[in-house]
Ligand binder design. Structure first.
Ligand SMILES: NC(=O)c1ccc[n+]([C@@H]2O[C@H](COP(=O)([O-])OP(=O)(O)OC[C@H]3O[C@@H](n4cnc5c(N)ncnc54)[C@H](O)[C@@H]3O)[C@@H](O)[C@H]2O)c1
Length: 286
């Protein structure tokens, strides 16, 4: 992999919702400190006009805060919001994809031929595309459309908690290129965000996707007031089904992956968070 200008890696984040903003903040805190990375983190913003009439990207660059998706949290002065997708990625050699999954294919198509050679990607996106030919993982969609290596980062990672630096773990899944996975781990790791790497990209990504199905069942248990024992049963059986389904799709998926943050920990936090959501109502999927 070629380094960015002046031998330093340059990071761009594609997405600026709740997790995109928190991820940018976390990355920017590290790029400011680590000598192998350029300070600036470019964050592509799907432009929106705020009720005040101001553009969201302008507001982020003035206040260093995403007042719509992460109000009250400073992102860091080295996070630069950019509403132009091409301009946001043009200098980057490390790309972080963190949009809702339904927008990834369209974004990737716009990026074909626009990236620097040797670019590496990581996807923080939970979900998958279901095509006529069958399910397609988001990392594979990125790799196939852009011809670039793509790792994934999943885990018990409720963005608003990481925004206020409450401790979390995460799992990076990679295929073959351990050096790239370690580079991503270095970029994401902070004292409050501990990252492990595992060579099981499909297992990690499927955990992040399938736990939401189990969490719906857990939400039904809450709604029907069926109690904690039933909810625990749903989570245990759900985890077993996640593993069986994942192995059916990809026989290479490893049992141990389900004991990483991306597996049992994300399942627990999502099943608990849905209880909150039913009380608070929120649009986010974790
Ligand atoms: N929020 C979390 O705590 C959390 C945690 C882990 C993983 N994730 C995952 O991260 C991904 C992003 O979630 P989020 O919470 O940052 O998003 P979000 O729901 O907070 O925001 C949605 C984003 O989509 C953008 N958008 C709207 N229309 C668009 C379009 N047509 N094209 C492109 N972008 C458009 C919006 O501007 C906004 O930035 C999802 O896959 C989610 O599952 C979220």
């Amino acid at each position: 992999m070629e380094n960015g200008h002046a031998g330093k890696h340059r990071v761009a984040v594609i997405g600026s919702g709740n997790w995109g903003s928190v991820a940018s903040r976390l990355l920017a805190s590290n790029t400011a400190k680590l000598p192998s990375f350029h300070d600036e983190v470019r964050m592509w913003v799907f432009e929106e006009t705020l009720p005040t009439g101001e553009k969201l990207s302008e507001s982020i660059n003035q206040a260093h805060e995403n007042c719509k998706y992460l109000p009250g949290i400073k992102l860091g002065t080295n996070v630069i919001a950019d509403p132009d997708l091409e301009s946001a990625v043009k200098d980057a050699d490390m790309l972080v994809f963190v949009t809702p999954h339904q927008f990834v294919e369209g974004i990737c198509k716009k990026l074909v031929g626009k990236l620097r050679p040797g670019v590496e990607a990581i996807s923080l996106i939970k979900g998958m595309e279901v095509k006529m030919e069958g399910p397609c993982m988001i990392s594979k969609l990125i790799t196939d459309t852009l011809g670039i290596n793509c790792c994934v980062l999943m885990g018990a990672n409720i963005a608003n908690e990481i925004a206020v630096e409450k401790f979390s773990e995460a799992t990076i899944g990679y295929r073959e290129d351990k050096e790239a996975a370690n580079r991503w781990a270095k970029l994401f790791t902070t004292p409050y965000f501990l990252v492990a790497i595992v060579e099981d990209i499909e297992g990690v990504e499927l955990c992040g996707t399938l736990k939401n199905v189990v969490a719906i069942a857990a939400g039904l248990v809450d709604g029907l007031d069926m109690g904690n024992n039933t909810k625990a049963a749903i989570m245990r059986i759900g985890l077993r089904e996640m593993r069986a389904f994942s192995k059916l799709l990809f026989p290479s998926v490893r049992d141990n992956t389900f004991f990483e943050s991306c597996g049992v920990a994300d399942l627990i936090t999502t099943c608990r968070t849905y209880l909150h959501c039913s009380q608070l109502t929120t649009e986010h999927t974790y």
